[in-house]
Design a binder for this molecule. Structure first.
Ligand code: PBG
Length: 324
């Protein structure tokens, strides 16, 4: 089966995330997972965000859960000695990301919604999102690697595997892989409309995933492209079986969010990315002014048609009652 509408209804927490109209329920907090124990490293360009080992991360997420933040997106930060040209370690069940997912699912079960980033860039030694062949990112050689990573996340217990690579045809391939392995309740969040943006800078520092040569222009969308291109990507992913369609970045593409949400029937997510977060943090010095900015930004996402908001501000907004 290509499309299983029940996936988004599978648990109370998935339904609250997707279908509840209030902003607080729509939030997803991103996290960076590293190897080791007792590690909590501040990320300089993203105040308040850390790279954490599995033990510390589980503690952080337990505190978030107690605050009422039920949805979490996990990114693997891979040690340089574990990187290689094909990101072969990214699908190992004993890597920190997979271990964290399994632990969190064991602890919180259906109460938590876990999304995991599926891309090669954090585990390739060249930092590209795909397999490089003849100096090009080879689409069709990359797909099987993405499927392996997605399967390992599903096996660990992820609710949604989040394909952020922007290869053509990967949603269908991942859907087929999940179906064949019997993971009929695992969803696919597709970064369908992802621009080759300059707003990802702080993330690439955090995840050490900058390309060592070239850029992401041959797969991520041209920032000058119009609505037709955005709608093409969104409806293609929807037809291939994506359960959630994402637009990224968020603030500079609100018009695109509106176009996409009017063009697809699946729920729409926005990613309020690292550069957008850093702009707010560096232009304010206290929580009051941040609260006002973030509230206004979050309302703009909702007005544009976003059902889900992935944001590094999620924890501070909920903790500080910025949305009440
Ligand atoms: C991995 C990925 C990126 C982001 C999310 N997943 C970086 C990129 O495409 O270079 C960016 C997130 C952010 O900036 O907060 N491909």
């Amino acid at each position: 089966m290509n499309i299983r509408p029940r996936i988004n209804r599978w648990t109370t927490s998935r339904r609250d995330l997707i279908f509840s109209p209030d902003i607080k329920s729509s939030l997803v907090q991103p996290h960076f997972v590293v190897s080791g124990e007792g590690v909590s490293e501040a990320i300089q360009s993203m105040p308040g965000i850390f790279r954490q080992s599995v033990d510390v991360l589980c503690q952080t997420i337990a505190e978030d859960m107690a605050l009422g933040i039920k949805s979490h997106m996990l990114f693997a930060v891979v040690d340089s000695h574990d990187k290689d040209p094909t990101a072969s370690k990214a699908s190992n069940s004993d890597m920190p990301l997979q271990v964290a997912v399994a632990k969190l699912k064991q602890q919180f079960g259906a109460e938590i919604v876990i999304m995991t980033d599926v891309c090669l860039c954090t585990a390739t030694d060249h930092g590209h999102c795909g397999i490089v062949h003849d100096h090009q990112i080879d689409n069709d050689l990359t797909i099987p690697e993405l499927c392996k990573i997605a399967l390992s996340h599903a096996e660990a217990g992820a609710d949604y595997v989040s394909a952020s690579d922007m290869m053509d045809g990967r949603v269908k391939a991942i859907r087929d892989t999940l179906e064949q392995a019997g993971h009929v309740s695992t969803g696919i969040l597709s970064y369908s409309v992802k621009y080759a943006s300059s707003f990802y800078g702080p993330f690439r520092d955090a995840a050490s995933s900058s390309p060592s040569f070239g850029d992401r222009g041959s797969h991520q969308m041209d920032i000058r492209s119009g609505y037709d291109e955005a709608i093409l990507e969104a409806v293609t992913d929807e037809a291939e079986g994506a359960d959630i369609i994402m637009v990224k970045p968020a603030m500079t593409y609100l018009d695109v969010v509106r176009q996409v949400s009017d063009s697809v029937t699946r729920p729409v997510a926005v990613y309020n990315v690292s550069g957008e977060y850093s702009m707010v943090m560096s232009s304010t010095s206290d929580d009051n002014s941040r609260a006002n900015l973030v509230r206004e930004i979050f309302h703009s996402f909702k007005r544009a048609g976003a059902d889900i908001i992935v944001s590094y501000h999620a924890r501070a907004a909920v903790k500080g009652h910025w949305l009440d």
